[in-house]
Each structure stands twice: as structure tokens, then as C-alpha cells.
Design a binder for this molecule. Structure first.
Ligand code: GDP
Ligand code: IMO
Ligand code: MG
Length: 429
């Protein structure tokens, strides 16, 4: 019963889509379990680049079946648009290839308007959300007033439910400084239209996944976001509203404890973050531009979903050890090693310090990192371009030493080393 989970070990955008694409070659089923279209996952195959927000990245492989789990919050307009785009790239997405959990929740323009209004009201304390309605949709779920995918199966009732929901949002929006009002009638009609198209894709995804495992099929669960954005385990309140960590794959797909046998933590060779919140190893000035890039390359550090420049910094092994612990990571995949070529020397944060006290691990989790100073270790850089290297032995000694140091600091093997965005640009050990 192989069930592997891919998780982001940092603040998202680690290159999960790229690593999933690699592993999905062997998978029968690929599955998203939490989050919504706040995610942006890039897969590059030859000269084609896919940017996936709701569909599992593994659907790019035509032999896979893609599941959207019960933990997800789904904007049907975005999903239909994404399905169209993926189809235009020559990938077929029939009802036997895509299954949407009946128990996933829906995002509406109401949730998006609330997300925007709440961010505005937070002022300088804003979270820097993607404004995709994620927080308000999960709030509705938790307060037991959410819209579930299964409601789309009864069209007349669904239309009335959506209308009622938008009217309620309108009265909530009335309480904000910048008042706005949504057209409940029009949105309800639109949603009925989406329901007509999506109904054949709705399924009992948990049962489907369970039976597939019983038949010996290989399921690859795809985390969105990253460990430090997890609602419970991240840098609260600068987090997303779901459970992107590996245990979320069980709840968010409806599978039981004991099913997962491999957790692959995806780690970018340096550290990035988009949105507000603490970032102890953050760089500024020229050093930051060097790691971020200017935007001329597809892979430069600008958000896949919002286009915002990502904050960048040195790799943080304290946070990595934390990610290993809360996810139960069994091995690491490192991406973007190629970006470090040409730097004279690199730094890794090995510990945190406050006054005379030095910490190997976070004493109180990652919520308040502002009190710690990173303790750095210098590692010599390498000049050579590594993007066409395909074996460990060919990597420059300094690049090998960098990876080996990550292994020592985390206690885990780095089995996958990505040296470019394209499918073939990888070293498997
Ligand atoms: P995700 O959200 O974790 O799937 O990551 P994103 O797709 O948002 O961001 C990762 C970016 O890095 C994308 O543009 C990828 O194409 C790119 N990428 C992934 N791995 C590598 C790599 O090894 N080298 C380079 N140069 N780019 C990479
Ligand atoms: P992938 O899957 C990076 C961040 C937002 C913000 C915080 C809350 O591509 O790695 P939300 O809209 O979720 O309420 O925003 O979380 N965020 C991400 N950052 N990658 C992502 O997804 C993200 N999804 C959400 O920037 O700081
Ligand atoms: Mg991303």
C-alpha cells in the first residue's frame, strides 16, 4: 500500500510542483489534500510550463488520476478555468481522471470580498494573504456555515443556498469601512452553472483512495503551502488557515493513521517567504536581489499566484529540524541548487541565540521568532554552473559539502537534488 506525502519544509514555493512531477511518474493517483488556489505549483516539461493552483501537479502525467480531497477549499470558477488551460496544453481531464471530494468546501466571491476587507481592516498588522478567500472559507467551515461541494448535486437548492450566503456576506461587509455589496442573484446563477459542469466529477474521494490502496495502487499526496504556514505549527498568526503539514494528508483525504509510508520534505537551497511575518535569516539589498533574481527568468522569486516579490534569505536549519519533527519527514529533496552557483561563500543558520543562550531547537515553536539571532556557519561557494549536471559525483566538492551539511544538520538523507526547473534537470541519489 504505497502512500507517499510531499510537503513543503519552509514557507511554501519550495518547488513542490517540480518534485511531485518527478515522483508522479511512478504514481497511480495524485492528490491535493488542503488549501485552495492560494497555492501556485510550477511544472516544466520541455518547453511547456504548467502553473497549477487547484489540480494536483501530478495530473500532467496522463496515466494518473487526480483527487481533490475533502480538506480543500475550491473556487469552482478558478478550477474550471485551470482545467481549460491544462486541456489546451494537450492534457485530457475526463471525469475518470479527476475526482472532487463531495466534502470539500467551496470558495465564493463572498469569501474573497471578506478576505480583502479583513486584510484592509488589519492595517499594519495585515497577514499579506493571497486574497483568494481562503481564511473566510475555512472560517465558514469551522463555524459550520460553509458551502460543501456535495450541495452542487441538488441544483435548485444550491442556487438558493448561494444566494442566501451572499446576502449574509453583504450584511457582514456593511460593517467594514470600505463598504461593498455583491450581486447575490448573479453569483447564485453563476454557481448553478459551475455545478452543472462539475457535478460529474464529484465523488467519495476517501473511499476511492482507500480502495485504491487496498488494490496496491500508489497514491502521492501533494502538500500545498509549507510547514511554517501551517495553522497550528507555523508562524502564527502569519500563516494560512489550513494544515499543509503531512498529517493533514490523512485528514484532508479521509485516510487513516498508518497508511503513509514515506514523507518527502521539499527544501529550497535557500529560504523564501511571501507575505508578512518573521524571517530570521532574511537578506536585503544586493544579496537579496542576487537570490531573488530580477524577474527575467521564469524561476525568479516572484509569487506564482500573486506575482509579489518573495523575501529571500539563507537556509535555516533550526526551522528545517522543526519541519522534520512536525511532519515526520523521512527524506529531503533540495531544489534550486543551481541558483547558488557563483556565490563566493554561503551561510547556513545552524542555531538560534538570545543573549548567552544558544538553541538547537525552537523552545516555543516558530510563532515569535523576533527574539532570536541566527547563528551562522560559513560554507565555501562554487563557481561552476550545475544546471546540466546529472550525477552526484560530478557536482563541485563545495556543492557536495553544502548538501552533506544539510544532511548532518537535519539527520536525513537528501535523495533528490534539483538543478533546474525542467523535468530532466535532477540528480537522484
Ligand atoms: P511550489 O509552490 O512549491 O510548487 O513552488 P513554485 O512553483 O511556486 O515555485 C518554485 C519555482 O522554482 C518555480 O518557478 C519552479 O519552476 C522553479 N524551480 C523548481 N526547482 C528548480 C530548480 O532546481 N532550479 C531552478 N532554477 N528553478 C526551479
Ligand atoms: P504554494 O503551495 C507561498 C501565504 C500568503 C500569506 C499567508 C496566508 O505555492 O507553496 P492565505 O491566502 O493562504 O490566507 O495567505 O500564506 N501563502 C503562500 N506562500 N506559497 C504558497 O503556496 C502560499 N499560500 C499561501 O502569502 O503570507
Ligand atoms: Mg508556489
Amino acid at each position: 500500500m504505497p502512500f507517499s506525502i510531499v510537503v513543503g519544509a519552509q514557507w511554501g514555493d519550495e518547488g513542490k510542483g517540480r518534485v511531485v512531477d518527478l515522483l508522479a511518474a511512478e504514481a497511480d493517483i495524485v492528490a491535493r489534500y488542503y488549501g485552495g488556489d492560494n497555492a501556485g505549483h510550477t511544472v516544466t516539461v520541455g518547453d511547456k510550463t504548467f502553473k497549477l493552483h487547484l489540480l494536483p501537479s501530478g495530473v500532467v502525467h496522463p496515466h494518473t488520476i487526480g483527487l481533490l480531497g475533502n480538506g480543500m477549499v475550491i473556487n469552482p470558477a478558478i478550477l474550471l478555468n485551470e482545467m481549460d488551460q491544462v486541456r489546451q496544453s494537450g492534457v485530457s481531464l475526463t471525469t475518470d481522471r479527476i475526482k472532487i471530494s463531495h466534502a470539500a468546501h467551496l470558495i465564493t466571491p463572498g469569501h474573497i470580498a471578506l478576505d480583502t476587507a479583513l486584510e484592509q481592516a488589519r492595517g499594519r498588522q495585515k497577514i499579506g494573504t493571497t486574497k483568494r478567500g481562503i481564511g473566510p472559507a475555512y472560517t465558514a467551515k469551522v463555524t459550520r456555515s460553509g458551502l460543501r461541494v456535495e450541495q452542487m448535486l441538488i441544483p435548485e437548492k444550491f442556487e438558493a443556498v448561494v444566494k442566501n450566503h451572499i446576502n449574509q456576506v453583504n450584511s457582514q461587509l456593511g460593517g467594514f469601512e470600505e463598504q461593498m455589496s455583491l450581486d447575490a442573484e448573479k453569483i447564485a446563477q453563476d454557481y448553478r452553472g459551475y455545478a452543472d459542469v462539475l457535478a460529474p466529477y464529484i465523488a467519495e474521494v476517501g473511499l476511492f483512495a482507500y480502495q485504491a490502496l487496498e488494490q496496491g495502487k500508489f497514491i502521492l499526496a501533494e502538500g500545498a503551502q509549507g510547514t511554517l504556514l501551517d495553522l497550528d505549527h507555523g508562524t502564527y498568526p502569519y500563516v494560512t488557515s489550513s494544515t499543509p503539514t503531512a498529517p493533514g494528508a490523512l485528514v484532508g483525504l479521509g485516510l487513516g493513521i498508518g497508511t503513509a509510508n514515506r514523507v518527502i520534505g521539499v527544501v529550497k537551497a535557500f529560504q523564501t517567504r511571501v507575505g508578512e511575518g518573521p524571517f530570521p535569516t532574511e537578506l536585503s539589498g544586493d544579496a537579496a536581489v542576487r537570490l531573488r533574481g530580477t524577474g527575467e527568468n521564469d524561476w525568479d522569486e516572484f509569487g506564482t499566484t500573486t506575482g509579489r516579490p518573495r523575501r529571500v534569505g539563507w537556509l535555516d536549519a533550526v526551522l528545517l529540524r522543526y519541519a522534520v519533527r512536525v511532519n515526520g519527514i523521512s527524506e529531503l529533496a533540495i531544489t534550486k541548487l543551481d541558483i547558488l552557483s557563483g556565490l563566493d561563500s554561503l551561510k547556513i543558520c545552524t542555531n538560534y541565540q538570545t543573549g548567552d543562550e544558544v538553541y538547537d531547537n525552537l523552545p516555543w515553536g516558530p510563532a515569535d521568532l523576533s527574539q532570536y539571532q541566527p547563528v551562522y556557519e560559513d560554507i565555501p561557494g562554487w563557481e561552476e554552473d550545475v544546471s546540466s549536471i546529472r550525477s552526484w559525483n560530478e557536482l563541485p566538492d563545495q556543492a557536495q559539502a553544502y548538501i552533506t551539511r544539510v544532511e548532518e544538520l537535519t539527520g536525513l538523507p537528501v535523495n533528490i537534488i534539483s538543478v533546474g526547473p525542467e523535468r530532466s534537470q535532477v540528480i537522484i541519489r
